[in-house]
Design a protein. Structure first.
Length: 202
């Protein structure tokens, strides 16, 4: 193989490798940004649900909380919302069949101490927010208790990955042509200045 062709092949391979690495790094950067947006959305929706929960408890009107859960669960990429009391019993859930289910202690403890958890087996990012025992709650809950339970929001990772994958392909395809143009310019310059002289020596 001629020297100039070898240079072309190796340079193209290096450029494509750089483009692939850059695209992967960019993918993970965007993924971290998506997770941060989940956390921000979870925090905002968590406050809204907690306020609705307080209203429902104060007025003894569970329909207030039901409407809020239904409305929030319609926001993509939220797939499920649960309210669990300090004893590990599901008191509110967008899945009606799960209401009243007693959870084992370990998951409940983990939920309280971990704000965000990736559940890879379910392709879910789980946002956990404690439900504080505020002064207005003391009518029914003992003041010495700091928390009345936890609020859990599930975010679909599948939709996030689908979105990131589309961006990954778009950015990679947009990045490669510009690099190839630069490589072509370098190769033309190398051939003009170096390759011809080396070929005459060889």
């Amino acid at each position: 193989m001629r020297l100039d062709r070898k240079i072309t092949v190796w340079t193209t391979a290096v450029v494509l490798g750089i483009a692939a690495v850059a695209a992967v790094v960019n993918y993970h950067i965007h993924m971290r940004e998506e997770v941060k947006s989940f956390q921000s959305l979870g925090d905002t929706m968590g406050r809204l649900i907690e306020a609705s929960l307080q209203d429902a408890m104060m007025t003894n009107n569970a329909s207030i909380l039901t409407r809020t859960l239904q409305g929030v669960s319609a926001v993509e990429p939220i797939t499920r919302i649960r309210i669990i009391n300090k004893d590990g019993v599901i008191k509110g859930d967008t899945d009606d069949k799960a209401i009243g289910v007693q959870l084992s202690p370990d998951p409940v403890c983990r939920m309280c101490h971990e704000k965000g958890v990736f559940l890879e087996d379910k392709d879910v990012f789980q946002w956990v927010q404690p439900v504080l025992n505020r002064p207005q709650c003391h009518r029914c809950h003992a003041p010495r208790t700091t928390h009345n339970g936890v609020l859990i929001l599930d975010f679909s990772l599948a939709k996030m990955r689908e979105h990131l994958a589309r961006n990954f392909v778009k950015e990679f395809l947009a990045f490669v042509p510009s690099l190839l143009i630069a490589v072509l310019a370098v190769l033309i310059l190398m051939r003009a200045l170096v390759s011809r002289r080396l070929n005459t020596v060889i």
